[in-house]
Design a protein around this ligand. Structure first.
Ligand SMILES: [Zn+2]
Length: 421
């Protein structure tokens, strides 16, 4: 049966063409169509709401297969839908890791059965994500991976990373990198600063991220590979990326809400629910990230949704795993602290969740006849509906995610997600 709906009277914001106007939007079987072509469709009144292209999160951990006590494909994608995301990219650090075409296809079979939103798989760049032996990137791309990554870590041997980037450039796929030099980061559990000193805990210096950012930019220039740098935390990284973009290096970058809205001070208040990799840093870093959102040095906001159980998170600073959940808090936090705070206009904020991330997936999507992150006729990325004005508090008990590990519980927000189509 055909699924048809016309969303009427909403404020349509589509940064792909700079549209911001009251207009009706038709959707037929997951595709945007001119409303007049589906006159019999159900009509839904969207007056007072914002209609945006379906939001994309290029960085989530669905934990299935292997760690379904933390999250699974059904709950993770229910959290994505509740958070306003119609498309997510699942990181390959499942157990086992998504390092062969067979593993990717097994994962996509589970997705076909269970997912509530579109899920695109990231294939690993080294076998078992061990950082030793490169995977067959061509094969992973053929199996349906729009990007490849070892997220959670990165190959520490630069020669290996160079050959991976050469292979990725040949396969026409971006390498998505978690920038961390473990010889600098270990055994740190938070940012190497005053807060770490106060807590008497080992810190991770900014250099742990920055040396890998520098390496990746140098190798991207040399190999012609598109490098995408994940969850940036340090002002120094931003400066290097800004320069590299200016020099024409094929680089894109993401920031997470937690690095945008929190600093290492949060570790004092929220304990291990503020433990993440890379760590929350200082106010000067946070300001540099916001500046980078404004000037386009950072292309997209991604959540790095990383569910862990309460038990795992209550093992103390040294043992608790890194990461927080983010799918269901990202949009309200960004509306509150970026849009209502007057830092970004609505068009730019929507772009960070739509046209920005779509650029990372574009070459893959055009191969399979999909068009995401816009509301043009024929687009298959769905629609996200926002309410800009409602004031509410984040309540982790209402999360669809299996996990509750985040420092935002009870935080007041203005603006929320109404739903997705
Ligand atoms: Zn990561």
């Amino acid at each position: 049966m055909e699924q048809m709906v016309i969303l009427t009277g909403g404020r349509v914001v589509d940064p792909s063409v700079g549209v911001d106007e009251i207009r009706d939007i038709g959707i037929c079987n997951g595709r945007i169509v001119p409303p007049e072509t589906i006159p019999d469709a159900k009509r839904e009144d969207m007056s007072g709401k914002v209609i945006a292209p379906g939001f994309i999160d290029v960085h989530v951990h669905l934990r299935e297969p292997g760690q379904t006590h933390k999250e699974d494909i059904a709950t993770g994608t229910a959290a994505a839908a509740a958070g306003g995301f119609t498309t997510v990219v699942a990181m390959p650090n499942t157990v086992p890791a998504m390092d062969t075409a067979e593993r990717v296809m097994e994962f996509m079979e589970l997705v076909a059965k269970k997912a509530n939103v579109r899920v695109l798989p990231a294939g690993a760049i080294t076998m078992g994500r061990q950082g030793e032996i490169a995977t067959n990137i061509r094969e992973l791309v053929q199996a349906g991976c729009p990007v490849v990554s070892d997220d959670g870590s990165t190959p520490q041997r630069h020669g290996l990373m160079r050959s991976i980037m050469q292979a990725a450039a040949e396969a026409g796929v971006p390498v998505v990198d978690h920038c961390e030099d473990v010889s600098l980061s270990k055994p740190g559990v938070l940012h190497d600063g005053e807060v770490a000193k106060k807590l008497g805990l080992p810190g991770q210096p900014r250099s742990a991220e920055e040396v890998i950012v520098a390496r990746d930019l140098i190798l991207a220039k040399e190999t012609g590979c598109h490098i995408h740098l994940q969850h940036l935390s340090s002002a120094g990284s931003i400066e290097m990326i800004r320069r590299a973009k200016h020099d024409g290096v094929k680089v894109t970058a993401e920031a997470t809400p937690h690095h945008l809205f929190l600093t290492d001070e949060a570790c004092l208040k929220f304990g291990t629910n503020a433990k993440m990799a890379p760590p929350l840093r200082e106010e000067c870093d946070r300001q540099a990230l916001i500046e980078a959102l404004k000037d386009g040095t950072i292309d997209m906001i991604a959540t790095d949704h990383a569910p862990h159980t309460e038990e795992e998170k209550s093992q103390g600073w040294e043992k608790a795993p890194f990461g927080i959940v983010g799918l269901e808090s990202a949009v309200p936090l960004c509306l509150t602290h970026l849009y209502h705070a007057g830092l970004l206009d609505l068009n730019r904020l929507v772009a960070l969740f739509t046209t920005g991330p779509a650029r990372l997936l574009d070459s893959f999507c055009s191969k399979i006849g999909q068009s995401l992150g816009n509301l043009a006729v024929g687009s298959t990325g769905g629609v996200t509906v926002l309410d800009l004005e409602t004031v509410h508090a984040i309540d982790s008990r209402s999360f669809k995610s299996k996990s509750r590990n985040c420092p935002y519980d009870g935080m007041r927000c203005k603006g929320q997600v109404v739903g997705i189509y």
